[in-house]
Design a protein around this ligand. Structure first.
Ligand code: 5GP
Length: 210
């Protein structure tokens, strides 16, 4: 079984990542697994424990750090977020591509530990569009919106360290671009040594009569 790809998808808060990921999971459920992070922030309206996040206490979060149960974790605005290790490893080993929807510090951390991971950064077409989408969500107060916009300005500094930029104009186009990038990566010769050996073996019979 060929190991799956680890895919990091980052984007400014309000970039529409969530919607795009939902579409990918709906249309390609057998190829992708979406990692669910643990966080110390409170659930927003409509969020469920075990679906969007595992909502845990700071004490429990610290315990998980101590147990080496995260492959990465980071602080974002006022909360902690971490990627549970077991789910990622199990799914990669069973051949699924695992998507991590995480922020930039976590992304850089993943690149160090998994040099083979693909890092994608999703952006709205303009900053104005980002602000419009953040406000449109209607789930955060003004202080939080301002904090997230300020954070986006900071994060825009590190975007060049990602492997790919994916512009989120329409959801469909964005999903298509995402899948194209994954397919391209999967087609790399170095990732397909099994297949290359197989075809060499199969072709040997033709050499005999030379
Ligand atoms: P939100 O509070 O809007 O759900 O998430 C805030 C930020 O934290 C987003 O950029 C999200 O991608 C990121 N995030 C979510 N889970 C994780 C995680 O496990 N690790 C890291 N490093 N960032 C995360």
């Amino acid at each position: 079984m060929e190991r799956g790809l680890l895919i990091v998808l980052s984007g400014f808060s309000g970039s529409g990542k969530g919607t795009v990921v939902k579409k990918i999971m709906e249309s390609h459920a057998d190829e992708y697994a979406l990692s669910i992070s643990a966080t110390t922030r409170s659930p927003r309206d409509g969020e469920q424990h075990g679906r969007e996040y595992f909502f845990i206490t700071p004490e429990r979060f610290q315990e998980m750090i101590d147990d080496n149960a995260f492959i990465e974790y980071a602080q974002y605005v006022k909360a902690s977020y971490g990627t549970p290790r077991a789910f990622v490893e199990e799914n990669l080993n069973s051949g699924k591509n695992v998507i991590l929807e995480i922020e930039i510090q976590g992304a850089m951390n993943i690149k160090k530990q998994y040099p083979d991971a693909i890092l994608m950064f999703m952006m709205p077409p303009t900053a104005e569009e980002l602000e419009r989408r953040l406000r449109g969500r209607g789930t955060e107060d003004e202080v939080t919106i301002q904090a997230r916009l300020a954070r986006a300005a900071e994060e825009s500094e590190g975007v060049e360290n990602y492997d790919y930029i994916v512009i989120n104009d329409t959801v469909e186009d964005c999903v298509q671009r995402f899948c194209d990038i994954v397919e391209t990566k999967k087609s790399e010769a170095a990732r397909n040594m099994g297949r290359i050996h197989d075809i060499r073996e199969q072709l040997k019979v033709y050499k005999k009569g030379e």
